[in-house]
Design a protein. Structure first.
Length: 273
């Protein structure tokens, strides 16, 4: 395939559905081959259904329909060895790694202490593992590269409820900014750029489910008024393709001198705060 990412290979975590699938399809349409990783199993503290093996298979078909190549594996970002094995399957097929989109995440917003531990393990430690397993092959290639950490508007603003799961979500997403800035400095001598993206609410199964709707209703009941979760622009939630468009730009040569930034894709959500 031709395109601005022709000859590139992208590792995407949480690729079975939602934002991860959107990233895979957009980068594939730009010519990249895809290494897609997803847990495809449930985590006890997460009250909404997580992605399945069938979801990951659907991503594979959609990428192949575009005309790109894809290697998909079930892997757990909390388990560095599991993640390394999934990446190695892609390296065995494609022989290189140029792009990383650390996207896997959960939102156990009313799960108490269990939610705290799980959301930190997935959303923060899992991203650390993702970058760490990607560094050796990217550095060894000597061709540079681009790493994008998918954070959240909650990574730049103290939003959420008093539940430990919700606090953990914001803490993990804030923590990604620290990871991004350290890695941006650490990897700059190798021409590997590292940035983070901070979306407002995105129309994916992580947000569009009965659990999140109940969580918002409970916030209203606690405070006596609805929380101001609206965007400045007249859009309630963002299509995942709009976040994928920002990722595609950041990993392209058009952004070749951009590193160490926090990029909101939030319809003005943060500007209101």
């Amino acid at each position: 395939m031709g395109g601005p990412l022709a000859g590139k290979v992208a590792l995407i975590t949480g690729a079975a559905r939602g934002q991860g699938r959107a990233h895979a399809l957009r980068l594939a349409s730009d010519g990249a081959d895809i290494i897609a990783v997803d847990l495809c199993a449930q985590i006890a503290s997460v009250p909404y259904p997580l992605a399945t093996a069938d979801d990951l298979a659907a991503t594979v078909k959609l990428v192949e329909d575009i005309g790109a190549r894809i290697v998909a594996r079930q892997g757990d970002v909390r388990d560095r060895d599991s993640l390394a094995d999934a990446l190695q399957a892609g390296l065995d097929e494609f022989g290189r790694l140029d792009i990383v989109v650390a996207n896997a995440g959960i939102a156990p917003m009313q799960a108490g202490a269990d939610g705290w531990h799980d959301v930190i393990d997935v959303n923060l430690t899992g991203v650390h593992h993702t970058v760490e397993v990607a560094i050796p092959p990217m550095v060894a290639q000597g061709d540079g590269g681009s790493i994008v950490l998918i954070s959240s508007a909650a990574g730049l603003s103290g939003i959420g409820s008093a539940d430990a799961g919700s606090i953990g979500y914001a803490a993990a997403k804030h923590g990604l900014v620290g990871l991004m800035r350290v890695y941006a400095n650490h990897l700059a001598p190798h021409s590997i750029r590292v940035n983070s993206i901070h979306p407002a609410g995105v129309d994916t199964p992580m947000i569009n489910n009965e659990f999140i709707r109940q969580w918002l209703a409970d916030l209203v009941a606690e405070t006596g008024s609805p929380p101001d979760m609206g965007n400045a622009l007249p859009v309630q939630v963002l299509p995942p393709d709009d976040v994928a468009n920002a990722v595609a730009w950041l990993v392209s040569d058009q952004a070749r001198y951009i590193t160490g930034i926090t990029l909101p894709v939030d319809a003005g959500f943060l500007n209101k705060r």
